[in-house]
Design a protein around this ligand. Structure first.
Ligand SMILES: C[S@@+](CC[C@H](N)C(=O)[O-])C[C@H]1O[C@@H](n2cnc3c(N)ncnc32)[C@H](O)[C@@H]1O
Length: 304
């Protein structure tokens, strides 16, 4: 099967279609069953590494020469991205929060196994609750692949409010996630294709996630109106199944100040399929739209 051609056909269909797929929240917002945690443990062997490399690349391009000292990974799951922040972006410390005790235990085990446990801490925490970090500040706050797990946009707004309280003045906030496609047929075809290497259980989880995903306009609407940051929303061209919302200091008006690196040489990808998925995703993301959704210089007030 010519995967690229099938994607192109899906992209054409999605472009023409009306948005008829409404959101269905995740059946379980917190992932704490043994089966789902075990499935998620396998992600570093799959195309999901393309998603992780895109997130790392986005961070690297946005940070430029900025500090890479303390990172906070919200809804860290089994810590795959937290570990990548340490291994590939050389963060001194990485703190991961997740509400699932099984995910936290898995993250601790993975960090030890990967020999990066020094400087990494994982704790069970509801990221939508107040006083998330009790005043501790981070120069990167990330929530990847998890906004769709939150039951409502009000929960996402609370997380962004806490993220803003937890980031240094020069720091950056990233929310990266799946994005809902236009209708059920396109979504099912996309999941069969992109999740071809997954088992049935994982593929069903992937489909649930695509149903629960926010549209970029919905996600952007959750930015607190009190935010004094400048926020950009990134949407892919062609088949927009992935998105990013980035909050940078108000006085900065350029999103990308750094260069990417050659991720194909980094050792993050387990196979050539994941490499191809990464090239496809970066082509669609950097060729897509970067929209200024809130200008901190115009609208912001300091969040208390
Ligand atoms: C799809 S996983 C993403 C894991 C990780 N960020 C990654 O990209 O590999 C979503 C995670 O969000 C966690 N989660 C959902 N709601 C949460 C909440 N309110 N507070 C903390 N974690 C939450 C789930 O337990 C799950 O581990």
């Amino acid at each position: 099967m010519d995967v690229k051609a099938v994607f192109q056909t899906l992209a054409k269909k999605n472009k023409k279609a009306k948005q008829t797929l409404s959101r269905k929240p995740e059946p379980e917002s917190v992932t704490d069953t043994e089966g789902s945690v075990n499935d998620y443990q396998e992600m570093m062997k799959t195309n999901m590494t393309a998603n992780y490399a895109v997130v790392l690349d986005l961070i690297e391009r946005t940070l430029g020469g900025n500090n890479r000292t303390h990172a906070l990974d919200l809804c860290c799951g089994p810590g795959h991205l937290s570990i990548c922040l340490k291994k590939f972006l050389a963060y001194e410390s990485v703190t991961g929060f997740d509400l699932s005790p099984r995910m936290i235990a898995a993250a601790q085990g993975n960090a030890t196994r990967e020999r990066v446990a020094y400087g990494m801490t994982f704790s069970q925490r509801d990221v939508s609750k107040p006083n998330l970090t009790n005043g501790r500040l981070f120069d990167l706050v990330l929530m990847a692949n998890a906004a769709h797990h939150l039951p409502t946009l009000e929960h996402v707004r609370r997380v962004l409010h806490e993220a803003e309280k937890s980031v240094t003045a020069e720091g950056v906030i990233f929310v990266t996630d799946l994005a809902r496609l236009k209708n059920e047929e396109i979504t099912r075809n996309f999941v069969s294709l992109a999740g071809a290497e997954y088992g049935d259980h994982m593929r069903q989880d992937f489909l649930n996630s695509m149903h629960a995903a926010w549209l970029p306009s919905e996600l952007a609407s959750s930015i607190p109106s009190t935010s004094d940051r400048t926020w950009f929303s990134l949407t892919m061209k062609d088949l927009p199944f992935f998105q990013a919302l980035v909050g940078i200091p108000a006085e900065r008006n350029v999103l990308f100040t750094g260069k990417g690196r050659n991720w194909l040489q980094s050792g993050i990808f387990p196979n050539t399929g994941a490499e191809q998925a990464f090239l496809f995703m970066t082509d669609c993301l950097y060729g897509g739209t970067v929209e200024l959704v809130q200008d901190g210089r115009k609208h912001g007030k300091r969040v208390s």
